[in-house]
Design a protein around this ligand. Structure first.
Ligand code: HEM
Length: 420
């Protein structure tokens, strides 16, 4: 048995902008030095092998989510972001988290996501009406309007607030890149988002709509299920804020990176516009190929893994983002192939695994599928019109600025039945 401090491994410069631009080459060096372990000097260890990440998610009982510790580490105790981050669903003690998750998880089904598809379709169609005639856009900026417009529609919020809250969500989304100078703006973003959420809950409670459960929106559902499950007002409000934070730049970054990828695969891009069912395969392959997440955990007690001893309170990072191109699991992983056969043991882990697996995954998938079906119909023959920029690698990684030019297409929105 070796203590983790004595293991020889590569030191990943996680905060270096070069890692945001090209993490792949850094992880290749890490693999050369150790098959599954690397070090991030400032914080802890990075588990970079797909199979090791999966195995560790099965040992979740010795791991705890990092949020309370990170607030202290960054000196953000008592701030709006610090309060929210410590109290959000994902950071709660095991029993409280289970109660909240059990209350809502049964509702976040593929069926519920499918019911939302007509609204998602209309939302992306409306955005394309505004953006597609321009012929040249920053695709990342365009993509950023989609998940937030969907969330606004999901909670029945007035669309005028979208622009302001979008900037706030953009700011808050960088919190887990651990850059201290960003925190004043992040605090403002949290305060405004929380106020917005308080207002929409108060308005909905004061004027409850007269509609059946079958026709309720996400806010009706959260309030109804929360009241039945005796969820406190603060927990409900935190959960709704969390939906805004968790669903915004994750979805935006996947959509933007998918477009960036498909610029290199024009036949696949065109087929997405023609073949609605094919879009599902493309989204799954896109989530393997790229996803934004690096999940963190702390060791809750001393534990051993593959002959290495990890002391209590060691911080571990799981870069889900690069796990889908691990050459050991995906020997042919450097090709973007929506028709690849997916065996259960090689399924992508973009939504993590275990107790905290993404609650919004079916909503996220439905949004992405609807978007990549309509975008190629309206944004034809897209080409890169400048170099993309990159977000920091830790936290929610992705492209920051994707200039493209294209031929505007005619509107062609099909009326399709939701797919099960
Ligand atoms: C492509 C888009 C998305 C990706 C890649 C993604 C990824 C993730 C990941 C990796 C986690 C686990 C975090 C951890 O274990 O520390 C997570 C959790 C979560 N996500 Fe997502 N997410 C996406 C979209 C969404 C959306 C749209 C929503 C809400 C509508 C959402 C709501 C949540 C919630 C509530 C949790 C916490 C679950 C729990 O603690 O039990 N996500 N997501």
């Amino acid at each position: 048995m070796q203590n983790v401090n004595d293991v020889e491994m590569y030191h990943l410069p996680m905060s270096d902008p070069a890692m945001g631009e090209d993490p792949w080459s850094f992880f290749e060096k890490a693999r050369e030095q150790h098959p599954w372990l690397a070090k991030w000097d400032e914080y802890g260890y990075v588990i970079h092998e797909y199979a090791a990440i999966r195995e560790l998610f099965q040992q979740e009982d010795v791991l705890r989510p990092p949020y309370a510790d990170v607030v202290d580490q960054l000196g953000q105790q008592g701030t709006p972001w610090g309060r929210f981050t410590k109290d959000q669903m994902i950071a709660l003690p095991v029993d409280e988290h289970r109660l909240l998750r059990d209350t809502f998880a049964a509702k976040f089904t593929p069926r519920f996501a499918n019911q939302l598809r007509p609204m998602m379709r209309e939302t992306i169609g409306n955005l394309l009406d505004q953006w597609a005639p321009r012929g040249a856009i920053d695709f990342e900026e365009f993509a950023s309007h989609f998940p937030i417009s969907v969330m606004f529609a999901l909670v029945g919020a007035p669309q005028e607030g979208i622009e302001l809250l979008r900037d706030d969500l953009e700011a808050v989304g960088l919190a887990h890149s651990y850059q201290l100078d960003l925190f004043p703006r992040i605090q403002e973003g949290v305060v405004r988002t929380e106020k917005f959420v308080e207002d929409i809950i108060a308005e909905r409670r004061a004027n409850p709509p007269d509609r059946s459960e079958e026709n309720e929106d996400l806010l009706d559902l959260l309030i109804r299920v929360g009241d039945k499950g005796n969820i406190s007002h603060q927990q409900l409000a935190d959960l709704i804020s969390f939906f805004f934070f968790a669903g915004y730049d994750t979805s935006k970054n996947v959509l933007t990176y998918t477009m960036y990828t498909l610029l290199e695969y024009p036949e696949i891009y065109q087929r997405c516009g023609e073949d609605y069912e094919y879009c599902k395969k493309v989204v799954e392959e896109a989530l393997r190929w790229f996803n934004p997440g690096t999940v963190a955990r702390y060791a809750d007690s001393d534990f051993e893994f593959r002959g290495v001893h990890f002391p209590k309170d060691t911080m571990l990072f799981f870069p889900l983002s690069i796990s889908g191109r691990d050459p050991k699991t995906y020997p042919d992983g450097q090709t973007f192939d929506p028709d690849r056969k997916i065996e259960p043991e090689r399924r992508h882990i973009a939504f993590a695994l275990g107790k905290h697996m993404c609650l919004g995954q079916y909503i996220a998938r439905a949004q992405l599928q609807e978007a990549i079906h309509q975008i190629p119909q309206r944004i034809r023959h897209p080409k890169l019109a400048g170099e993309p920029g990159w977000r920091p690698f830790p936290g929610t990684w992705g492209i920051q600025g994707l200039p493209i030019e294209f031929t505007p297409g005619e509107a062609r929105v099909e009326e399709l039945e939701p797919a099960e």
